[in-house]
Every structure is written in C-alpha cells, then in structure tokens.
Design a protein around this ligand. Structure first.
Ligand code: SF4
Length: 267
C-alpha cells in the first residue's frame, strides 16, 4: 500500500481495533454508525460551532436580556449545523430526541459562557462587539483544518490556544476521562493534534488538552520529543501494515460486528 495521510478519526479507529480501521478506511465498507457514536460526533461538532460563532451572536447584544436570547439562538444554530453535517446518516431518526440530547450535553458550557458575558457586561459596562471581543475566542483559531506534510498527518483541530511563544491544541470528547487519564486512542489523537498544530502555527507546542464535555473538565498532556517520535512511528506503522489483527474485546459496540469476518469469535 502506498504512503498516505492519516487523519485523527482514522488513528482513533486504528487504536480501537486495527481490523475496524481496515474495514472502514481501506476496504471502505459502509455501515450504519451506531446512534451513540453519531450523537457524540454531533455534540462535538455543535461544541466547535458554539465556540466559532459565539463572537458573531454576542456582537448584537444590547443588554442582559439580549444576552440570553443570543445564547439561545447560538445553541439552535450550533445544533442545526451539527445535524446538517450528519443528515445523510439520520434517516428515520427522532430529530426532537437528537436536539434535546445535544442541547443537554452543551448546557453546562452554555451556562458558563452566558455567566461570563453577563459578568463582563456588568463589570466593564460594555456591550455589542466590544463585549464580544472581550468574552469570546478568536474564530480564526476554531475548527482549523491542518495538514502536516512532513509527517503525513491531516485533521481538524477544534480549538487552538495561541500564546506569544507557543500554541496548544484542544480536542473535545463526550466520554468521561477516568482517573487514569484518557484512553490510548484519545492520547494518540492529542499527540497527533499537537504535531499538526506545530506545523500549522509554526510555533513549538508544549502541551495538548482534551476537554471532556460531560464532566466539564480539561485534561492536559505534556508533549515531549518522545511523544513526537511515537506519533511518527504510529503513522508509519498504519501506512506500512499489511495485515490488520482484530481486537476482540471491543466487538460488542463495533458497527462492523455483523459483517466482520472475526465476528464468530466476538461474543
Ligand atoms: S467486529 Fe470486532 S474484530 Fe471486527 S472490526 Fe469490529 S471490533 Fe474489530
């Protein structure tokens, strides 16, 4: 197989089960993504949209009551965007259920955003675009598509935090980060995002972060030379692998479990 670019979702699929990666990205077998996975993906898309569009919606505010309206409109727009991105996979689906699921998942974040804007309006006596500039993230640093040509990695990073001398990427997840830290595949995604961000921002990346939506919690991971080397060898390992062994313990929640040739051993 020729050398190709590896994306963050591909790396996660490979860590989850190499055979799943093979079926999905090499054989390109389409399957019905389980609704739980779809909801997670849509929540993460809606969250990136919340961050990216907050400045625009907050710019129209004139007072405390219009802040509430702005966040309610922002939430609607973010959820509609997430649904439209996945609409081709959503036949015969209960849209109201999806909307309320994503809305509940985003609720803590929306309350924090709204509180911060109200407090800033009160303390600084600013509104409209002045308020928006003080309280929101730069949309240019949200949801950025990046390609690292040197290391054959591509992907979208939901948010980049840019400091004077360094940058760090933030990924989001709808799974709870345990006391032992993120799963192996979340780790690999964080390290890949750090490498991507370094090549895009042309600054050193010293840290990557994983933001857990349900827990409202951020896990930070130091990026060392060792991490950089491990991503490079991981990417070349995916590119050079010819056989894809299965990880049987994951099969219960795999979308391929009905068509995978390892399926007989799965249960
Ligand atoms: S059914 Fe099991 S072995 Fe097959 S791709 Fe899914 S997780 Fe891997």
């Amino acid at each position: 197989m020729g050398k190709r670019y590896v994306t963050i979702p591909q790396s996660k699929a490979y860590c989850f089960c190499p055979h799943r990666y093979y079926l999905s990205f090499v054989k390109k077998r389409t399957t019905c993504t389980p609704i739980k996975e779809l909801l997670s993906e849509m929540t993460e898309i809606a969250y990136a949209e919340l961050l990216g569009m907050e400045r625009k919606y907050l710019s129209d505010t004139t007072g405390a009551s219009s802040i509430e309206t702005a966040y309610s409109l922002l939430a609607d727009a973010a959820i509609a965007h997430a649904i439209s991105m996945k609409s081709r996979l959503l036949e015969d689906i209960d849209f109201e259920g999806i909307v309320s699921h994503i809305y509940c998942a985003l609720q803590p974040e929306l309350i924090t955003m709204m509180k911060r804007s109200m407090e800033t309006m009160e303390k600084r006596g600013v509104k409209g675009s002045e308020l928006a500039l003080l309280c929101t993230h730069d949309p240019a640093l949200i949801d950025i598509r990046m390609v690292d040509h040197r290391n054959k990695i591509s992907g979208t990073v939901p948010k980049v935090c840019m400091c004077r001398d360094r940058a760090f990427p933030l990924l989001t997840t709808t799974s709870l980060v345990t006391n032992d830290g993120p799963d192996y595949y979340e780790y690999m995604a964080m390290e890949m995002a750090a490498l991507l961000t370094a090549s895009w921002a042309k600054k050193p990346v010293t840290m990557a972060a994983l933001y857990s939506l349900p827990a409202h919690f951020t896990y930070y991971h130091e990026i060392s030379d060792f991490a950089t080397q491990s991503v490079k060898s991981f990417v070349s390992c995916i590119n050079e692998t010819k056989t894809y062994p299965a990880l049987k313990m994951r099969c219960g929640i795999c979308p391929f479990r009905n068509i995978c040739e390892y399926n007989a051993d799965c249960y």
